[in-house]
Design a binder for this molecule. Sequence first.
Ligand code: HEC
Length: 96
Amino acid sequence: MNRIVMTFGLLLVMGFAASAHAADVSEGKSLFQGEKYRCYSCHGKNGEGVSAPGFKGVGKKFSQEEMMKRAAHNCPPTGACNPKELEAIVSYLRTI
Ligand code: HEC
């Protein structure tokens, strides 16, 4: 009985983690393509690269942390990028 409850609990937690991640990625995609940060203007609408490097396979090259540092170059001079939004953008870029 306990095992059933535990298995169910675990599946529930895993489900939540997976859906939170999926939401981050799609949020990150719209932020990347949005006007607030304009990442797409140099990196291409789908991260294919225009005047700046593309992101294909970048998730294998850099850790999430390393990418957070590298992605901060375009934060507005008046303030930092919203860290949650930057995290979402990076999560999206790592799926390209
Ligand atoms: C004005 C043009 C421009 C904009 C806008 C811009 N970038 Fe960049 N980005 C660059 C250039 C040029 C490089 C390569 C040189 C460097 O690493 O600084 C780069 C490098 C990067 C890298 C490192 C990639 C690698 O392979 O080394 C990441 C990650 C990144 N940008 C993310 C972002 C994100 C996220 C945004 C939006 C918040 C953004 N960039 C907006 C020009 C831009």
